[in-house]
Design a protein around this ligand. Sequence first.
Ligand SMILES: *[C@@H]1O[C@H](CO)[C@@H](O)[C@H](O)[C@H]1NC(C)=O
Ligand SMILES: *[C@@H]1O[C@H](CO)[C@@H](O)[C@H](O)[C@H]1NC(C)=O
Ligand SMILES: *[C@@H]1O[C@H](CO)[C@@H](O)[C@H](O)[C@H]1NC(C)=O
Ligand SMILES: *[C@@H]1O[C@H](CO)[C@@H](O)[C@H](O)[C@H]1NC(C)=O
Length: 490
Amino acid sequence: MAEPKENIVMFPFMAQGHIIPFLALALHIEQTKGYTITFVNTPLNIKKLKSSIPPNSSIKLLEVPFNSSDHGLPPNSENTDILPYPLIIRLLHASTSLKPAFKTLIEDIVEEQGGKPPLCIIADIFFGWTATVAKELGVFHAIFSGAGGFGLACYYSVWLSLPHREVDSDEFELQDFKEASRFHVSQLPLSILTADGSDSWSVFQRMNLPAWVDSNGILFNTVEEFDQLGLMYFRKRLGRPAWAIGPVLLSVDNRARAGKQAGISADFLKEWLDAKPVNSVLYVSFGSNNTISTSQMMQLAMALEGSGKNFIWVVRPPIGFDINSEFKAKEWLPQGFEERIKDSGRGLLVHNWAPQVDILSHKSTCAFLSHCGWNSVLEALDKGVPMLGWAMAGEQFFNVKFLEEELGVCVEIVRGKTCEVRHEDMKAKIELVMNETEKGKEMRRKASKVKGMIKNAIRDEDGFKGSSVKELDDFFKAATVMRDGANHDA
Ligand SMILES: *[C@@H]1O[C@H](CO)[C@@H](O)[C@H](O)[C@H]1NC(C)=O
Ligand SMILES: *[C@@H]1O[C@H](CO)[C@@H](O)[C@H](O)[C@H]1NC(C)=O
Ligand SMILES: *[C@@H]1O[C@H](CO)[C@@H](O)[C@H](O)[C@H]1NC(C)=O
Ligand SMILES: *[C@@H]1O[C@H](CO)[C@@H](O)[C@H](O)[C@H]1NC(C)=O
């Protein structure tokens, strides 16, 4: 009888932005290693995930019991995507209550497999406590970060030291990450900006982040060759390996399964892009669950029109309106905007969601105006497309800083969801990046260099293994050594 396949347990936090990179990694591991994967989550997320798993995949979905009503949350709210901002922290705290159920779940798997523990547990950056459970059970454990090395290093450091509270000025440095140079308070997400060490977010992170030392290491959806600063930070700070194994991305098909309905047909889009000159189109999108204010939207529309550039803009109702409601161009955009861009053929408004990878792959696409969430960043870098950064939350501000200062592939256009913006300033930045200026040319050159690094990192042929392929191998080797070593002792 054949040896039963290795089993891996994966457990993302209950947010679409976390579940999607975990799903991408699960499919990647299944495809390259053939391991069996048990994907753990709360009942409603599991229900939703059922349709996201491709029919030929053997990924197993497993529920941990959770009832949001028991935690002061609205009924049936198991995902941050349906929660207003103030309740997200409540869901984070509630998630720590999953600890005993998760421990039992792992013990059951061990028992089912005749006493053989899973090869490893791969869990979320918000689930530090799973590392403690794994340690108690003697199972190899890794955190998987859907965020990049640099961005997460800043996030980790800032949370544990709250450096902006130590200085009188608006600028500060990170004592344990000086390589990142200076920060401005406007680059901090709201949760950190308002943290004082005793608020709910601080309490959570001061429990969560230090627990990472119980883990055997961190997997990053990034590439060693361009993200070394951040990776080194964790190697030094935690004394644990940081494996760069990316980019691991969901294909357009799998993303469609994950519930994204494109607001435009792929054929129409291709025809539209084919008719445009090389490097002439700006692609504008703020990710799956973000939008901007009404006045910012108006100014952006004026900037796009004023720049004279071709553009594809994924539009959603502005802040204050239901993000899933109908888009009212007549109310939220300058008068006649939609008709003018349609008549001139210069612009395309896409409602809800666009096949982003297809757009970024097209030769007519020149630049990407993005919120710089790490998935979007990886998709752009993978295609060698420079960015205009407009960070909105989380570690996105640090991503923009990294892309601009370290990689030279981004210009920050706006910072945050609420700041005043002027269309003249935005137009100037769009031209700086898209015109044949020295800066624009240099950015395209650097973006194309990063694209080459990525191509090399994921190469696996003719006896050559790129860095991301090697580091994933190393990760599984470390897990195997620990498990088989432990079995020996037993
Ligand atoms: C499932 O099908 C996709 C698309 O044909 C393929 O890329 C993938 O390798 C398949 N996965 C498995 C586990 O067979
Ligand atoms: C969750 O708890 C509430 C209140 O105790 C209960 O009414 C509800 O039926 C529970 N939901 C599920 C899915 O068990
Ligand atoms: C996602 O969108 C919903 C509205 O549909 C909003 O309430 C929620 O705050 C958003 N979540 C994040 C993380 O931005
Ligand atoms: C960019 O190009 C446009 C059109 O050729 C021109 O009008 C504009 O002044 C240029 N802007 C910059 C900053 O070079």
